[in-house]
Design a protein around this ligand. Structure first.
Ligand code: 3PG
Length: 212
């Protein structure tokens, strides 16, 4: 059964993965992504600016659905929740993190790369998973193979995906959205190139398949 969170991500189609060094640019960045038609963002918890940036992005664009990514442990999950994250994303899954996310009652997109990872996620009742690192782990071919034993699991592949490869993922029946940093790369953010980010967002939106 698909959750509201899963439907929201499916509608978004492409989830930009963002790393921010300076929370002061968060408002401009949010406006560019939203103007380009994207509605869901993963903001990574990799810099000291990440949590202040989360506040600033929510304040600038209250309709933007912003998840905290690179959540590695239960404490990260709690800090993200305290700062207003709409959902959590992790590159992998541990039992303590799964329990913390459940206790926080926040939507959670746990990362998986192997059948064993997927089985652990299913044990915790997660069936919508981040396939990471998608390209390095085997890409579309690997995802096709996972479709056999895990027919009731759907993925958001992330890692190494770009504008030229997003469509191949989005065409897979077990893929409902893709993620990646190409829409708002560190270089574009550093250059304050909001028009390029808006343009990338618009093109990414156009890649989204309909009616899956
Ligand atoms: C990440 O968590 O770093 C994301 O998967 C982004 O990967 P990318 O930079 O290869 O798009």
């Amino acid at each position: 059964m698909s959750s509201d969170f899963q439907k929201t991500c499916q509608t978004a189609g492409v989830i930009p993965v963002i790393e921010i060094d300076d929370a002061a640019i968060a408002a401009d960045l949010s406006h560019a992504l939203q103007a380009g038609g994207l509605s869901v963002v993963e903001l990574t918890l990799r810099t000291p600016a990440a949590l202040p940036a989360l506040h600033a992005m929510k304040a600038a664009c209250p309709d933007l659905i912003i998840g905290m990514g690179t959540v590695l442990c239960a404490d990260d999950a709690r800090r993200a929740a305290e700062h207003g994250a709409d959902f959590l994303v992790s590159p992998g899954l541990t039992n303590p993190l799964a329990k913390a996310a459940k206790a926080l009652a926040l939507p959670f997109l746990p990362g998986v790369a192997t059948p064993t990872d997927i089985m652990r996620a299913r044990d915790h009742d997660y069936h919508f998973l981040k396939f990471f690192p998608a390209e390095a782990a085997g890409g579309v071919t690997y995802l096709k193979a996972l479709g056999g034993p895990f027919g009731n699991v759907v993925f958001c592949p992330t890692g190494g995906i770009g504008p030229d490869t997003a469509n191949a993922y989005l065409r897979q029946p077990n893929v409902i959205c893709v993620g990646g940093s190409w829409v708002a790369s560190r270089a574009l953010i550093k250059a304050h190139d909001w028009s390029a980010i808006e343009d990338n967002a618009r093109k990414a939106r156009a890649a989204v398949k309909s009616g899956v």
